[in-house]
Write a protein that binds this ligand. Structure first.
Ligand code: FAD
Length: 544
């Protein structure tokens, strides 16, 4: 029996709307935090001209407009985690945030964190033994040669402690679930994705629970004395004669200011999600998601334009882990219970423009999307039949409607009476598609997908009318960024650290490869590297 998908499931539009809602959740706390900056007693005396966002280093000023011990650039997940550690170390801590609200992509996210060896896994998922080593092995299987094994291991082995710290901040978890299969690495997969909840939220609106993660952490930072300035984008770092970072230039609501950082600066500005030029140079999958006119979306915070990466590079930083993107399939994961963490459609198949299958569709979304991106012209379609639509409603194609009439009318879904007509309308090779379906239907009759080992949803596709929908990307940001070491110090390509400069989260790279291994990895990186960055910046001797 068909369920009421329109009511039960999160639609694409709702997902986008939850971004706004979750950001509003944070507004009050952030506005309150902004008031505290006056307590530094140095604000508002800069020149009137707004700073340009060149990312070039600024000259050392004759006079500073603001002074702090630790300056954190970016008020998202990494920024708030860094702020807790810096402020609790006794350092005066100032966060400057480019936009009018805090939280960045983190507050728009599900707030999920991936960790191994927590008590939540036992209580919520009855998961049996799980080890940091298995998480590390899983990560390395996904990342290949691009990642830095030391950084990956450090994050995996600290993951349970970071969850304990989050719990100490007041974050509770309501579900632990596993990524879908990554062929070759199934043995390392366990229910590790910790979904936050406050007893009033279910799993249906996962994108939007990020405030359950960000708010308690920022509350703790504020309680320790951290302060924030909104509408204050950093424009460039300030270095002394030895190349140590001693402050930053920023645009404080239209006024150029120079901020002195006595101990250190933390870059927490996330990736180059919305910067076309950087995406084109550094990540073709980010660039295609950003520029394609086919309905793909970039759903991350609009302030994330690679500023911190460019600021770091301008003072000599190297890059690491470049080349990937955090891509989810609009046709797969979105539109059904998001804990499915799925790549492709439930029952249909995915083919390229030659009509050929190339991946097990019932796999983890990062794995699936990488395979889709590798196809000629990045052109892929999910294909299914009327039986699937009768069974599943619009979800058969990843839409949250009872049937697909609206999507067919809008052109988002192609419907045709025969496979040949479907192929022609979609621009797929008809002969290739028919051959693929012949094989698929024979395998489905035997319940074994001999080509790719798909074990779920092996239903024949043989009852017209037939449906095809282009695989579209829901991009959650770029992957890869500044090169860091185990202390979250920003490093040059040769590995030497840049004095007093720290970074964490998605403006850094090396802890992740070009293929995103699953929900919870990015937010974990903000906590793990953000905390280290804040703590180690605060531990520097004051230079002034
Ligand atoms: C809808 C959605 C759902 C997601 N769900 C999950 C999930 O459940 N689990 C998971 O692990 N990952 C998830 N992700 C990915 C994850 O949320 C992000 O990759 C991660 O939170 C980014 O954290 P960050 O601290 O690096 O950056 P952000 O949290 O984005 O913060 C960066 C901040 O820096 C600010 N900034 C940028 N430039 C400047 C500047 N020049 N000066 C001052 N400030 C600046 C930005 O405005 C922004 O506020 C999701 C992403 C999205 C979009």
């Amino acid at each position: 029996m068909r369920t009421d998908h329109a009511q039960k499931d999160t639609t694409r539009r709702e997902i986008i709307m939850t971004h706004d809602i979750s950001r509003r959740h944070f507004l009050k706390a952030a506005a309150a935090g902004a008031l505290g900056v006056a307590a530094l007693g140095l604000s508002g005396c800069g020149a009137a001209a707004p700073a340009e966002s060149t990312a070039n280093p600024a000259p050392i000023p004759d006079a500073w407009d603001l002074e702090t011990d630790v300056l954190i650039i970016g008020g998202g997940g990494t920024g708030v985690a860094a702020a807790v550690e810096a402020a609790e170390s006794g350092a005066r801590t100032l966060v400057i945030e480019k936009t009018s609200i805090m939280g960045g992509s983190t507050i728009m996210s599900g707030g999920m964190m991936m960790a191994a060896g927590t008590h939540w896994q036992q209580e919520l998922a009855d998961c049996g033994d799980d080890t940091a080593e298995d998480l590390y092995q899983y990560y390395m299987g996904c990342y290949g040669e691009v990642a830095d094994p030391e950084l990956v291991k450090d994050m995996a082995y600290s993951s349970a402690d970071e969850i304990a710290w989050a719990e100490d901040c007041g974050i509770q978890y309501v579900t632990c679930f596993a990524v879908k299969d990554v062929p070759g690495y199934s043995q390392y997969i366990k229910p590790r994705i910790h979904l936050p909840g406050d007893g009033t939220t279910g799993t249906a609106g996962i994108p939007g629970l990020g405030w359950l993660h960000v708010n308690p952490i920022w509350a703790r930072a504020e309680a320790a004395g951290a302060e924030i300035k909104l509408n204050c984008p950093a424009a460039g770092l300030i270095v002394d004669g030895n190349g140590a970072v001693i402050g930053a230039e920023a645009d404080d609501n239209g006024t150029r200011i120079m901020i002195k950082a006595n101990r250190g600066v933390v870059l927490a500005t996330s990736g180059f999600d919305h910067n076309e030029e950087m995406a084109k140079a550094l990540s073709s999958s980010q660039y295609v998601a950003l520029t394609s006119a086919n309905g793909s979306l970039v759903g991350s915070a609009v302030g994330n334009t690679g500023d911190g990466i460019r600021m770091g590079m301008a003072v000599g930083a190297g890059l690491a882990g470049i080349g990937g993107a955090l891509n989810v399939s609009l046709n797969g994961n979105i539109g059904r219970d998001p804990t499915s963490n799925l790549g492709g459609p439930t029952t249909g198949i995915t083919v390229n423009k030659y009509g050929q299958r190339f991946v097990n569709e019932w796999t983890q979304y990062g794995y699936y999307m990488r395979a889709c991106f590798s196809q000629d012209g990045h052109i892929c379609y999910t294909v299914t039949d009327q039986n699937a639509v009768d069974r599943e409603g619009g979800l058969a194609m990843g839409f949250s409607t009872d049937d697909l009439s609206a999507e067919v009318a809008s052109g988002a879904v192609i419907k045709a009476d025969t496979i040949a007509e479907l192929a022609q309308a979609a621009g797929i090779d008809a002969q290739g598609l028919q051959q693929t379906l012949d094989t698929w239907n024979a395998d489905a009759a035997n319940g074994v997908d001999q080509a790719f080992g798909k074990t779920e949803g092996c239903n024949p596709i043989e009852t017209g009318p037939f449906y095809a929908a282009r695989v579209l990307t829901y991009n959650l940001g770029s992957l890869g960024g500044l090169k860091i070491n185990l202390d979250a110090q920003v490093c040059r390509f040769d590995g030497t650290p840049i004095e007093r400069l720290f970074a964490g989260g998605l403006c850094t790279g090396g802890w992740c490869g070009t293929f995103y291994p699953g929900s919870g990895t990015a937010v974990m990186s903000t906590v793990h590297w953000g905390r280290k960055a804040g703590r180690n910046a605060a531990a520097q001797q004051s230079w002034s």
